[in-house]
Design a protein around this ligand. Structure first.
Ligand code: PXP
Length: 247
């Protein structure tokens, strides 16, 4: 739970990288479904998964079970392809976040080119909304993309914070922060819900969450990374006990 200037900022926990560890061995653990339950118990306001075309981490099975078990809100990140739209209409997540997707990328590297794909995105957005799915567009902090998202009829925009998060020098971070702030203000004026995500961690999230227009942040890698570290001592102690014959 986080509060900023009296406003409540929702936290969506992305569990993709729990599945990344599982897929490294193609076994059943760690299970992103179990991680989602624990995240909700700890106060997550929503669970986020990215079902990628190459299924490198989250699998269709995860989405099917999460749809049954998530008690807060399920946000499916996906490319706007016909195959993915079919899957979204079948599983009906609460929200679909449309993202660009390139097979060779390590993670989602940029925002959607909304203005250039206006008619197609309008059609996809309408189809999803007709099935009562909220539609959010993942965009760079760029006013033209915000305005195009409004024209598409999206319910929300998720502003890409990756550049801000990865900025090596203060001036760069400051310039990116101002772009995020400006995009958030314009989006809010256009009655779009404003979400932020990508690259956010324990150090850089505060400044973003304090932007009053931003009502939700979606965070994955830093939370999963921290979970591995805070859990390591206990996991080793338990293994030592198991070696000693105790369980
Ligand atoms: N939002 C979107 C649209 C993303 O694609 C991702 C990465 O899957 C995230 C948020 C979470 O980013 P990170 O794992 O860096 O916290």
């Amino acid at each position: 739970m986080s509060r900023s200037m009296g406003n409540y900022t929702r936290l969506g926990v992305n569990v993709d990288h729990v599945a990344t560890v599982r897929q490294a061995r193609m076994v059943k653990v760690p299970d992103p479904v179990e991680a989602a339950v624990l995240a909700e118990l700890a106060g997550a306001d929503g669970i986020v998964v990215h079902l990628r075309e190459d299924r490198r981490h989250i699998q269709d099975r995860d989405l099917a079970i999460l749809r049954q078990t998530v008690k807060t809100s399920l946000n499916l990140e996906m490319a706007s392809t016909q195959d993915m739209v079919k899957i979204a209409l079948e599983f009906k997540p609460d929200t679909v976040t449309l993202v660009p997707e390139r097979r060779e990328e390590l993670t989602t590297e940029g925002g959607l080119e909304v203005a250039m794909n206006l008619e197609y995105l309008k059609k996809v957005t309408r189809l999803l909304q007709d099935a009562e799915i909220r539609v959010s567009l993942f965009i760079n902090p760029d006013v033209d993309q915000v305005k195009a998202s409004h024209r598409v009829g999206a319910d929300a925009v998720e502003i890409h914070t990756g550049k801000y998060a990865e900025a090596k020098i203060r001036q760069e971070a400051e310039a990116d922060y101002q772009r995020i702030l400006n995009a958030a203000k314009v989006a809010s004026k256009l009655k779009l819900e404003v979400v932020a995500g990508h690259g956010l961690d324990y150090r850089n999230v505060g400044r973003i969450a304090r932007i009053p227009e931003i009502v939700e942040v979606n965070i994955g890698h830093s939370i999963v990374s921290r979970a591995v570290m805070v859990g390591m001592e206990r996991a080793v102690r338990e293994m030592k006990r198991a070696i000693g014959g105790e369980v």
